[in-house]
Design a protein around this ligand. Structure first.
Ligand code: NAD
Length: 333
C-alpha cells in the first residue's frame, strides 16, 4: 500500500532520462511511494502559457514532497528561471547540497564529506535588476535578518541532527559591509545558541582556495544564495562532477529534491547522462520521509555498482546508458 504520494516532475532535456532512472531504483526498494507525475517546463509552455502551471504547485503543496528533474530556463522568451520561481513560490528557503566522496569515483581527494547549505530565496536572486540608461545596469542584493536567521539556524540544526562538528559561514563582509555584514552578524549571534558545534567564518574567495587545497578542513558550510550556487558546483567538482551531486530544497511546508545539474540539453533523449545525482536526491528524499532503511539500501547498492565499475556512464569513464546504470543498481536491491 502507498505510504507516501510524491510529486514527480520529469523535467526538460535529460530530465526524463534521469528521473525515469531514479524511479526504477526507488521502486525497487518498495518504500511505499506512489508517484503523481506532473509536467512542467518546455513541455507545457505552449499549452499553458507558462512553464510553471498552478497544477504543479498545487500537487507539491498537496503532497508536500517532490522529486524533480532539471528544468531549462527559456532564453529570450521573457520567463525568469522556473527553478527560482518554484523555490520562491513554495518558500523552499534551504538548499542542501551534500558533497561526499563515492567509492570507485576517482577524484583528487578521498574522504570529502561537506554539507553545503545555501540560502534559496534572497540575495541577487531576488531578481530586482534594471538598466540605468543604455550603458549601465543595476542589480539589487537583498539580505534580511529574517532570511539569514532561518538559514543559519537550519544549518546548525542540520549539523546537530547529522552529528556534525563545525559550521562555517561564508561571506564577503569585508567588501559588502551591509548585506554580507548582516549575514555574518546574524550567523555569529546564532552560533552562540549552539555551543556544542564549532563555528568559524570564511571569506568566500579564500574559502574557494582552501576547498580545492584541503577539502578535509570543511564540515558544514552555510552561504547566501549566489555564493552557495557557485561554491556548491565547486564542491560537486571535488567528488566527481555534476553527474553525482544531489540536492534538496527544503521549506517549512514542502520539500523538492533535485540534482544540482541542469537539463544538459545536448544529451536530450540519448539516455546517456549520469542518473546518480537524481538517484541520490531520491535517497535524500527517502530520508526526509523517514524511510531510512530504504535510503541505506539504495546507498549500499550505488556503492556496490560504483566499486564494481562495470555499469558506469560516460562521465565516470564507462559506456553504460542512464537506464543501464539504474538497472544495475536496481538489480543489487
Ligand atoms: P548543465 O548542468 O545542464 O550541463 C552542463 C554540462 O555538465 C553538460 O553539458 C554535461 O557535460 C555536464 N552534465 C550535467 N549533468 C550531467 C549528468 N547528469 N551526467 C553527466 N554529465 C552531466 O548546465 P547548463 O548547460 O548551464 O544548463 C542547461 C539548462 O539547465 C539551462 O537552461 C539552465 O538554466 C538549466 N538549469 C536547471 C537547473 C535546475 O533545474 N535545478 C540547474 C542548473 C541549470
Amino acid at each position: 500500500m502507498a505510504k507516501h504520494t510524491v510529486t514527480l516532475i520529469p523535467g526538460d532535456g535529460t530530465g526524463p532520462d534521469v528521473t525515469r532512472a531514479a524511479r526504477i531504483v526507488i521502486d525497487a526498494v518498495d518504500a511505499g511511494i506512489e508517484w503523481e507525475v506532473v509536467e512542467a517546463g518546455e513541455a507545457v509552455i505552449d499549452q499553458c502559457g507558462t512553464p510553471l502551471p498552478d497544477y504543479v504547485l498545487d500537487s507539491i503543496r498537496r503532497n508536500r514532497v517532490a522529486l524533480k528533474g532539471p528544468l531549462t530556463t527559456p532564453i529570450g522568451k521573457g520567463f525568469r528561471s522556473v527553478n527560482v520561481a518554484l523555490r520562491k513560490e513554495l518558500d523552499l528557503y534551504a538548499n542542501v547540497r551534500p558533497a561526499k566522496s563515492l567509492p570507485g569515483v576517482k577524484t583528487r581527494y578521498e574522504g570529502v564529506d561537506i554539507l553545503l547549505v545555501r540560502e534559496n530565496t534572497e540575495d541577487l536572486y531576488a531578481g530586482i535588476e534594471h538598466m540605468v540608461g543604455r550603458d549601465a545596469a543595476e542589480s539589487i542584493k537583498i539580505i534580511t535578518r529574517f532570511g539569514s536567521s532561518r538559514i543559519v539556524r537550519f544549518a546548525f540544526e542540520l549539523a546537530r541532527r547529522e552529528g556534525r562538528h563545525k559550521v562555517a559561514a561564508v561571506h564577503k563582509a569585508n567588501i559588502m559591509k551591509c548585506t554580507d555584514g548582516l549575514f555574518l552578524d546574524v550567523a555569529r549571534e546564532i552560533a552562540l545558541e549552539y555551543p556544542d558545534i564549532a563555528f568559524e567564518d570564511r571569506i568566500v574567495d579564500a574559502c574557494c582556495m582552501k576547498l580545492v587545497q584541503s577539502p578535509g578542513d570543511f564540515d558544514v558550510l552555510v552561504l547566501p544564495n549566489l555564493y552557495g550556487d557557485i561554491v556548491s558546483d565547486l564542491c560537486a567538482g571535488l567528488i566527481g562532477g555534476l553527474g553525482v551531486a544531489p540536492g534538496a530544497n527544503i521549506g517549512d511546508q514542502c520539500a523538492v529534491f533535485e540534482p544540482v545539474h541542469g537539463s544538459a540539453p545536448k544529451y536530450t533523449g540519448m539516455d546517456k547522462v549520469n542518473p546518480l545525482a537524481t538517484i541520490l536526491s531520491g535517497v535524500l528524499m527517502l530520508k526526509h520521509l523517514g524511510e531510512h532503511e530504504a535510503a541505506a539500501r539504495i546507498t549500499k547498492a550505488v556503492d556496490t555498482v560504483l566499486s564494481e565499475g562495470r555499469q558506469l556512464t560516460y562521465d565516470l569513464g564507462g559506456t553504460a546508458k542512464s537506464s543501464e546504470m539504474a538497472a544495475a543498481i536496481a538489480e543489487k536491491l
